[in-house]
Ligand binder design. Structure first.
Ligand code: ZN
Length: 139
């Protein structure tokens, strides 16, 4: 959650570019946008500088959309963020697990899979991005 002081300073920055908000409007903007954190709103403001094509001040809905976009671009939570006391019982922090599969004919083998915990999700995302980048590079 962003503090009112920080929020007002961000909005003041935008007022250099767009027609200013009244005090009443500023309060409503804060009420509707305070659930975002500083980082998301800072990025949202920069995003709006680049994309907002009107002289009028961006609407609450526009800032909200931009903040959600900014959050989507932020790195996913890692096990480090979860805290030291977090330990996955399945992978013990490795992020991978082994699944044992028995086929109908009795053939037994094991496959390595990404774990379902935050660490597993994280390395799965890194792997996926790496594959996409590789594809882009060679296509
Ligand atoms: Zn795990």
């Amino acid at each position: 959650m962003i503090s009112i002081i920080k929020f007002q300073s961000l909005m003041k920055d935008m007022e250099m570019m767009y027609s200013p908000l009244s005090e009443g409007q500023m309060n409503i903007y804060y009420e509707r946008l305070k659930m975002f954190d500083d980082n998301a709103l800072e990025k949202a403001v920069k995003y709006l500088y680049d994309t907002h094509i009107y002289r009028r001040f961006p609407l609450i809905a526009e800032i909200r959309d931009a903040a959600f976009k900014a959050m989507g671009e932020m790195p996913e939570q890692t096990t480090e963020d979860v805290g030291d006391d977090f330990e996955c019982e399945i992978c013990h922090g490795i992020g991978k697990m082994v699944e044992e599969i028995t086929e109908k004919d009795g053939y037994f083998h094991s496959v390595e899979k990404f774990c379902i915990c935050p660490k597993g999700e994280r390395i799965k995302a890194i792997r996926k991005k790496w594959l996409q980048d590789k594809k882009k590079k060679w296509s």
